[in-house]
Design a binder for this molecule. Structure first.
Ligand code: GDP
Length: 331
């Protein structure tokens, strides 16, 4: 649909032991399933190749394999699986004994690296909602240490792994996915630069560029991200989408009433304003600012239009070569 041959599209593979939480992650992040509903997900036993969402800026695809992949099975085409893959997300259940998962991680990573040394390896230490803060840190340290020791022992220390503590019961899974996806967006430095210029000229404290459907932020300005701000912005997107769905009138052929006129202002009782503006069909900008800065809304709106034009140019020029991340998955 976008003219990018599928073999040119960077892909994200989602892998890990059975019951580690892969389907739940997919449903919660890309299909707005509530975390509690994942308790009733059926285990998959057939290969599903699914376009997660055409309404998402980041167009994901999921491949579901039955059971474990046997890398030594000659029918397992690792060139095809790992070759065009941008990132491999490996999910480890932190509430379970993770020795088997670590073995699997090692096998998978070394095999993938041989096929495609430019693949990024992202380890989700998952279901950490059940762990105390101390236990989280200790688990991450332990998994990090063991995984890297295994690589060292195998003489593969050139492989670098990134670790994230995740749970579908809070925003950590969205935050982790945001970081994974951002590494696959070549225009990221340009987007950050544009956001920096926009916020510093508009008296804004923090701005996130969101993929509305998944609530993944594909870029933010260079000031540090604190979870609370990110969560606030995610919640705002939910509110705006819900209100548009209930009261908005969708155009013919559109699935939602969220369009390029959409905007929303929320005043919090601590003197903070949340300001959302639609950038294009997929993306929205959510800004956090002080109430007194919002007195100059005219300036902000003018700067926003400049920002939106610049963003359009960035993607017009480069979209063809960027391709679109896809997700592949193995239960
Ligand atoms: P898959 O086989 O890897 O696709 O795993 P599922 O997505 O079917 O998940 C297995 C179980 O883990 C389900 O009962 C989920 O509700 C549960 N689960 C998934 N993610 C989380 C999480 O972040 N925290 C907790 N506590 N449970 C989770």
């Amino acid at each position: 649909s976008d003219g990018v041959p599928s073999q040119n599209k960077p892909r994200i593979l989602l892998m890990g032991l059975r019951r580690s939480g892969k389907s739940s992650i997919q449903k919660v992040v890309f299909h707005k399933m509530s975390p509690n509903e994942t308790l009733f997900l059926e285990s998959t036993n057939k290969i599903v190749k699914e376009d997660v969402s055409n309404s998402s800026f980041v167009q994901f695809q999921i491949w579901d394999f039955p059971g474990q992949i046997d890398f030594f099975d000659p029918t397992f085409d690792s060139d095809m699986i790992f070759g065009g893959c941008g990132a491999l997300v490996f999910v480890i259940d932190a509430q379970d004994d993770y020795m088997e998962a670590l073995n699997r991680l090692h096998q998978t990573v070394t095999r993938a690296y041989k096929v495609n040394p430019s693949i990024r390896f992202e380890v989700f230490i998952h279901k950490v909602d059940g762990l105390s803060d101390d236990h989280k840190i200790e688990t991450q340290r332990d998994i990090h240490q063991r995984a890297n020791d295994d690589l060292l022992d195998a003489g593969m220390e050139s492989i670098s792994l990134s670790f994230y503590l995740t749970s579908i019961y809070d925003h950590s899974i969205f935050e982790a996915f945001s970081k994974v996806v951002q590494k696959l967006i070549p225009q990221l430095p340009t987007l950050e630069h544009l956001l920096n210029i926009f916020i510093s000229n508009s008296g804004i404290e923090k701005a996130f560029l969101f993929d509305v459907v998944s609530k993944i932020y594909i870029a933010t300005d260079s000031s540090p991200v604190d979870m609370q701000s990110y969560e606030l912005c995610c919640d705002m997107i939910d509110v705006v989408i819900d209100v548009s769905c209930i009261y908005g009138i969708a155009e013919e052929g559109e699935s939602s009433a969220f369009d390029n006129q959409s905007s929303s202002i929320i005043h919090l009782n601590n003197g903070t304003v949340l300001y959302l503006r639609e950038v294009n069909r997929f993306l929205a900008l959510v800004c956090i600012l002080r109430e007194d800065s919002f007195d100059r809304q005219g300036l902000i709106d003018y700067n926003f239009l400049c920002f939106r034009n610049a963003i359009q140019k960035v993607f017009e020029v480069k979209c063809q070569s960027v391709g679109i991340p896809r997700i592949l998955m193995d239960p």
